[in-house]
Write a protein that binds this ligand. Structure first.
Ligand code: ZN
Length: 134
């Protein structure tokens, strides 16, 4: 892992939370992006080197909707920057971690991503991500 890239936070209402986090962090979000496949609308804040990603469900069967229903709003995942998501998927799988996809997927913020199942990481949903380039 190269660095902590962002922290994902599940919220019920993105517009309200954007205002709250702007007050909290002292910066405005710099983008809003919908990831249709995941059923989420996200916003991003930058605090120093680390980003905060707020995630709102866009439909009831979204993983974020399920998460909030079970656990309420709060920290949803930690995302680490890696040089190659594809290589990390293979390496983590080999090492006994449960990776949720066998290929990199397109995520928000111009990234290729994959997730490690929290059952294999002490209850923490871990995302690995890599810049797609332009
Ligand atoms: Zn994320």
């Amino acid at each position: 892992m190269n660095k902590l890239e962002h922290i994902g936070i599940a919220v019920r209402n993105l517009d309200e939370s954007n205002k709250l986090f702007a007050r909290l962090l002292g910066v405005e979000h710099y983008k809003i992006e919908v990831v249709e496949r995941e059923g989420v609308r996200t916003s991003f804040f930058k605090v120093g080197e680390v980003k905060i990603e707020l995630l709102e469900a866009t439909r009831p069967d979204s993983a974020i909707a399920t998460f909030i229903e079970k656990r309420g709003e709060g920290i949803h995942h930690l995302a680490f920057d890696v040089s190659s998501v594809e290589k990390k998927i293979a390496a983590f799988t080999e090492d006994g971690f449960k990776v949720l996809s066998d290929k990199p997927m397109t995520g928000a913020d111009n990234k290729m991503i994959a997730f490690l199942h929290p059952k294999s990481t002490n209850g923490v949903l871990v995302e690995i991500c890599q810049d797609k380039g332009s």
